[in-house]
Write a protein that binds this ligand. Structure first.
Ligand SMILES: *Cc1c(COP(=O)(O)O)cnc(C)c1O
Length: 378
């Protein structure tokens, strides 16, 4: 094999249907990772497949400076579901690009350099977003990265108050830290972040690349706290598997956002897939469904851990963003889940097993995963 793929798995996936994936040897897997939350509607959802096929046959691509109906529709759709007044939409192709754009826009709009991020944060792997990411392993070989980043303890409002000042362009926060180990922020912390940034004239940016699109039980995780940022980034499941991302901005940001661009910004096929995805998420009220099934799943995991005395330190999360902190290494658990139980999940650091299933999973799927986890950890 001549590809260059990091940590390849010993399972060759051939097809996907709903919440299941099938390997080349005919084995079916329950997909409770959704390849990092990329398929909120499940695999090969007919609404998305139809939208892609139709758009590809009509107009596969034209540059963003020519208005195209599907793209205009996506701008309007995102503006209408954005929190508060974040009606200005920048489209791009990946989460890290959406965060790079937010960094650039914040510096341009404020005329300031400093950016505050949090310990354990994950914001992507390009030189700017990577600079705001905490883990040394991801950063050290590639330095120097973008400068001007200061890190504070996540969840500590006093640390925010000390760090965010009149020189700060932006504060970046994940409402629930995903890659960093599934750590939800309290509503009061997000409220204080809003007050502190507003007072300092800095932009508050919520990275909802993992938490958004209904994952945590509301369309955006910040809705639960009633906090509206100045920018919000979304990606991962936005087009149910095609590369799509967006930076949603308040008016004061776009008034002086500087010059930015990308060849593939808002390609028609991706826009068609994103429209179909968002329409389905909203129409079927998948955020509420994710909230209900997620709460059930976490309760069942916690009671199994307690009743069976499993080697589990904690079960935590919000909606269908769920982490189990295990006493032994997460990778071994993930391997046993995949090979022995045909359940696919993800790590979040060395000791946390992370579940990010499609939002359409039912209680029966959650039951199957609880049984599989019990089996593997017993
Ligand atoms: C995945 C992720 C990113 C990076 O997205 P890519 O599409 O991989 O560049 C950024 N922030 C968060 C919170 C993520 O979960």
């Amino acid at each position: 094999m001549s590809g260059f793929v990091f940590s390849e798995k010993p399972i060759q996936i051939e097809s996907g249907d709903g919440v299941h994936l099938q390997s080349a040897d005919g084995t079916g897997y329950l997909d409770f990772g959704a390849s990092y939350a990329v398929t909120p509607l499940g695999h090969s959802h007919p609404a998305v497949v139809d939208a892609i096929q139709e758009q590809a046959a009509t107009l596969t691509y034209v540059q963003a400076s020519y208005p195209v109906e599907v793209r205009t529709e996506l701008y309007d759709r995102l503006a209408s579901i954005a929190p508060g007044d974040l009606a200005n939409v920048w489209l791009c192709n990946s989460g890290t690009e959406a965060n790079e754009a937010a960094m650039k826009f914040a510096r341009s709009a404020t005329g300031r350099e400093k950016i505050v991020a949090t310990k354990r944060a994950f914001h992507g792997r390009t030189m700017g977003a990577l600079a705001m990411t905490w883990k040394q392993k991801y950063k050290a070989p590639f330095e120097p990265l973008a400068g001007g980043i200061e890190f504070v303890e996540y969840g500590d409002a006093e640390a925010l108050e000390a760090a965010v000042d009149e020189e700060t362009a932006a504060l970046f926060l994940e409402p629930v830290q995903g890659e960093g180990g599934i750590h939800p922020a309290s509503g009061s912390y997000l409220e204080r972040a809003r007050e502190i940034t507003e007072q300092a004239g800095a932009a508050l940016v919520f990275d909802e690349i993992q938490t958004g699109l209904g994952r945590t039980g509301t369309l955006w995780a910040c809705e639960a706290a009633g906090v509206v940022p100045d920018m919000l980034t979304t990606a991962k499941g936005l087009a149910n598997g095609l590369p799509a991302a967006a930076t949603l901005c308040a008016d004061w940001i776009t008034e002086d956002a500087g010059d930015h661009g990308s060849t593939f910004s808002g390609g028609p096929v991706v826009c068609a897939a994103a429209n179909a995805t968002l329409e389905t998420i909203v129409e079927q009220d998948l955020p509420a469904h994710a909230g209900e099934v997620g709460a059930y799943f976490r309760e069942e995991l916690s009671s199994a851990a307690e009743e069976q005395e499993l080697p589990v330190r904690d079960v935590r999360g919000a909606g269908l963003l769920v982490g189990i902190e295990v006493k032994r290494g997460a990778n071994r658990v993930l391997r046993d889940l995949a090979i022995d139980q045909q359940v696919l999940a993800l790590p979040a650091g060395r000791t946390v097993v992370r579940f990010l299933p499609p939002l359409v999973v039912e209680q029966s799927h959650a039951d199957r995963v609880v049984d599989a986890v019990t089996e593997v950890l017993s």
